[in-house]
Every structure is written in structure tokens, then in C-alpha cells.
Design a protein. Structure first.
Length: 106
């Protein structure tokens, strides 16, 4: 499978629920940046105001946000960069492009 800088990728066997983006490539490896959304410390309760049942996931960014008026606490992300062998990567960008092409044919 071919990879390019900027492609969205997943690592085979990874338990992460997010995809990464390729920052740089060599013949055998890629530097992949993962942006992992942070979650509340106490399930269902805002860390800032303590309110319950007012947490929501922002559809655009996948970030957890408190919807209580006057709070609006945003949880942010943990960003990591890892070097991963190309043989362990799945190219999500290419898979999505292939799926779109298949839909056009049907």
C-alpha cells in the first residue's frame, strides 16, 4: 500500500480510538501524529464546574465540552508522535477514496 505525508492512518492491532496523520516518511517507517481527546476524571461530571449530564462531544473536533451556561470547559487533547513501520499501518485516506469510487460505480 502506498503512503503519503498527510494521509490519515491507523495502526494494525492498536487499541486507540483515533486515527493519526503521517508527518514524515522513510522507505520503511512513518512518523505519525496522534491527537487523542481527553476525558473527564469522574465519569459524567465536569471537572471544572462539577455539573452532571451536561457533557457533549463536539462533532467537528471530537473534543469533550461542558454545555453548562457559564462553564463551557473544553477538555483538549493529548498529542503524541510515534515512529511506526509502514507494514503496520492501514491507510484510511486511501480506503475512503476507494469506497467513494466504488459508490460512484454503483
Amino acid at each position: 500500500m502506498e503512503f503519503n505525508v498527510g494521509d490519515m492512518v491507523d495502526e494494525q492491532g492498536s487499541k486507540l480510538i483515533v486515527y493519526g496523520r503521517i508527518l514524515s516518511l522513510t522507505e520503511t517507517e512513518a512518523q505519525v501524529k496522534f491527537r487523542i481527546p481527553l476525558r473527564e476524571k469522574n465519569k459524567g461530571f465536569c471537572d471544572a464546574c462539577g455539573s452532571s449530564d451536561h457533557l457533549s462531544i463536539n462533532d467537528d473536533t471530537d473534543e469533550l465540552v461542558c454545555l453548562v451556561t457559564g462553564c463551557g470547559h473544553e477538555y483538549g487533547f493529548k498529542e503524541t508522535t510515534e515512529t511506526i513501520a509502514l507494514t503496520k499501518l492501514i491507510n484510511i485516506t486511501a480506503k475512503r477514496a476507494a469506497e467513494k469510487e466504488a459508490e460512484k460505480v454503483n
